[in-house]
Write a protein that binds this ligand. Sequence first.
Ligand code: ADP
Ligand code: MG
Length: 631
Amino acid sequence: MTNGRNKFPAIGGLLERRCLGFVIRISLRYSELVPAQRIQQLSPSLVNRIAAGEVIERPAAVVKELVENAIDAGATQIHVDVEDGGRELIRVIDNGNGIDPADLPLAFASHATSKLVTDEDLFAIHTMGFRGEALASIGSVSHSRILSRVPGQNAGYEIFNKGGSISIPQAAAGNAGTVVEVRNLFFNTPARRKFIKGAPTEYGHISEMILRLSLPYPNVAFNLTHNGRNTLSLPKTSVEERLLSAWPDDFRDSRLAIDCRDAEIRLRGIIGLPELARPTAKYQFLYLNGRHIRDKFIQHALREAFRGLTEPGRYPAAVLMLEIPAQDVDVNVHPTKTEVRFRDGGRIHGLVLSGIREKLLGSDLTPAAVPIRVDSTADSRPDMREQLASFFRQGPVKQDGPSASDPQPPTSNGQIPDIASPAPIQNSTSGVQRLPLAFPPSAAIQLHNSYLVAQSDDGMIIIDQHALHERIMYEELLARVTRGPLEAQRLLIPHVVPASSRQIALLEPIRPLLERLGIEVAPFGPDSVAVQSFPSFLEKLDPGEFVTDLLERGEQELLDLHGEELLHEILDMMSCKAAVKAGDPLTPAEIEALLARRELVERSSNCPHGRPTTLRLSLKDLDKQFKRTGF
Ligand code: ADP
Ligand code: MG
């Protein structure tokens, strides 16, 4: 069986997957002739360039490493100058504790750090850096210079590194603290240099990076100049003001402050009202012990907390800072340290989810009818901020106001059971605030059989009757199903509907959940299913049609969902179908019942799909729109 082709099966196989025809044969002959290469230790300069490949992706990565070093050095002022998007020059000046002249050559050596003293220190990291690699890497791919003076010493010293060749430290004049200059980045790694984008793009990454690094350090002033022009200035300020610099100014009045903890973990930050959610995660910033991180698990908790308040595919605005005992987290997972591993991820997920959800449920989330304008250009943000800073210096944080006086549900007139009949559930969260209606709810009027308009304490509200009813049904169903299975009606004649074999297979695992919801459905032959019972409150719907819809959606979207998520999706479907529709005329009693129940359910500001149920138009907005301001 042996032939030239499989004499070296391992090598042959490898090449066969990678190459085509002619090339394979040549490679195999070659591999028969050439002896194995000997293993050699890589030269330090090559080691550093390889490390640089991992850590220094672009100019902004250099800025990250240098600014992190300045923060670790206890600086209170960090000044960054860049030229040509960082391609010509990156200079970081700090007023930190400096580098001892004797240590200067070590600063450029690889695996040399002042931040780990014992082996155990690796398991309780309190600094941004600890790998001792950044300066060595940067020095190996640029022309760099460090000038440093330890406060209290009367002379400063400088040292140069030209692509790995390091000078002897020399005395030089300088202020207390450290200046690191990086010129001609990637001059000796042309492939990497080619990937650097134009100056505006690289500058954009740098200013984003500085903003991101600055958020947990309000006591540190940050400044950025580009080609000699001051482009970003973040003076020393309060914790919350600094967090707010992450967002456009227009978001400022639509935020909620978060501060919660368990015995060891603390979560602080700000979240935007659901209306601020955006199609990208641009306004989400997550920090762990002062370090910016990306973490799918925590993002998931955030998304879950906003479930039903934002539309699918939208990302809530949030700046969250977690403080966790250093030994409970491993930051040594990724060279740039943006990914971390938690010892008890579930606990952190739980704290983020419950802390944010409770805050949301306890707040008025009704969006303004006059939409919030987003100034999205990153470059204009700092300038705008400067102009407006004086106006907003002490911008109010939305507080949980006193809870609305407990409204009693009106007596049902029994005309439309959909709206008036289900027993109102008591609000489990204290302090929930709704926009209080100033007039009895019956004063609301219906427009075009679709919208309800009512006066509120500070203006008026406009309600989408379908969306609100849908949310009410959803919350009531959820409360009921938590208490026990939904009341079901056994069908005298089962409804038989066609179903594909894939749909029948899909049905099997979700049958127990459906039974909890009052739907009994079983396979009926090879290509149909029979609905045997159906929830009483859905009596207006055709059970067969509902199950067909469910199976079709199941095939497309629900397959990956389990447990709670699936339950929410099905409840969502039920409430959407059972709720009054746009175009349904309502009697005054029905309007009254709907508005009264609005006061009693949680998350009434948005329908289960996250669209708003209610818009508010304050007198202030009206005055502004009618140009009555200033009178
Ligand atoms: P790491 O930050 O992981 O220790 P770096 O290569 O970034 O590694 O820096 C090496 C060492 O140089 C640091 O441990 C620190 O002692 C010193 N150093 C770097 N930058 C500064 C600075 N701005 N101020 C004071 N010391 C610094
Ligand atoms: Mg460092």
